[in-house]
Ligand binder design. Structure first.
Ligand code: HEM
Length: 262
């Protein structure tokens, strides 16, 4: 009996030894796989990190300025970070005037459609004597559409869409308008309003620094809720009127077909 038990115990031990050595072997196999040819998560991260670093170096050597191919998010720009920590500004149109660049100790602000941007980095352009100093210290959204910079130094965009409406489209002041003309006008105005929106958004993007410029958003213009109703409506400035698109049909007045008596 005792010999049988002894034998069984011994065989059990041998089994355990065999399983243990198998585990060890598979562990060793795993280790050798990862050290010779197998790619682990850490290796992938190392490779990606290396590629990113290489990309940054390449970008810096080529652009001579940026490690992200010209993309400079606000949080890598000290002035923008400072402004962020101080919180957004809220200024009235009158207060905004103090930031037109005439005081070299103040930043240069420009507003567009109620949002204020810091354009100090463009002092050459927006500062005194700069080609676009007319936009500094104010919200001249309308001028951005019509191109009448001095005359349209106002955020009032009402009617500015006519800048993009073909000259053959009759205005609302015209008395005799056919249903076809009305339809054409509605269609053109719809497209023109979209163009105004897109144009303002395009400039806003630049002032937010999206195009690589060192500008950034700083706050909003404080206005009475009914400021627009209180502002007298204005017509399209002469220059924008003159530059309105010609009829799409080359050399022909496309609207003539619709105009009564034409
Ligand atoms: C609605 C019409 C226009 C608007 C709203 C407008 C607006 C602007 C603005 C805001 C800038 C400064 C961009 C920046 O911060 O870097 C600029 C730059 C410039 N614009 Fe215009 N622009 C208009 C039409 C024109 C036209 C028709 C010309 C040419 C005949 C022109 C020539 C220039 C030039 C040369 C610059 C570069 C200025 C510089 O860096 O010194 N712009 N424009």
């Amino acid at each position: 009996m005792s010999t049988d038990n002894d034998l069984r115990r011994r065989v059990g031990l041998q089994d355990k030894d065999a399983t243990g050595s198998q585990n060890e072997k598979s562990n060793k196999d795993k280790k050798s796989a990862s050290s010779s040819g197998g790619v682990g998560v850490v290796d992938v991260l190392r490779i990606l990190g290396g590629l990113f670093l290489l990309n940054c170096l390449l970008s810096y050597f080529i652009t001579n300025d940026s490690v992200l191919w010209g993309y400079r998010p606000w949080f890598v720009r000290p002035a923008a970070v400072m402004r962020y920590l101080q919180g957004p500004v809220s200024l009235t149109d009158a207060e905004l005037l103090a930031y037109d660049g005439s005081d070299p100790n103040k930043p240069i602000y420009l507003a567009l459609n109620g949002t204020i941007y810091d354009v100090t980095a463009g002092r050459r352009v927006y500062g005194p004597g700069g080609s676009y100093n007319v936009f500094a210290g104010k919200d001249a959204a309308r001028g951005f559409i019509t191109g009448c910079f001095a005359e349209d130094s106002t955020p009032d965009l009402r009617g500015a869409e006519w800048t993009y409406v073909s000259v053959d489209v009759p205005g609302f002041e015209e008395k005799e308008v056919t249903p076809e003309q009305k339809k054409l006008r509605e269609q053109e105005l719809r497209n023109a309003r979209k163009k105004v929106k897109d144009t303002i958004e395009g400039w806003s993007k630049m002032f937010r620094g999206a195009g690589g410029k060192d500008y950034f958003e700083v706050g909003t213009v404080k206005r009475e809720p009914d400021w627009l109703e209180k502002t007298p409506k204005r017509g399209l400035c002469a220059q924008a009127q003159k530059n309105r698109p010609k009829p799409k049909t080359a050399g022909k007045d496309a609207g003539a077909a619709y105009r009564p008596g034409a």
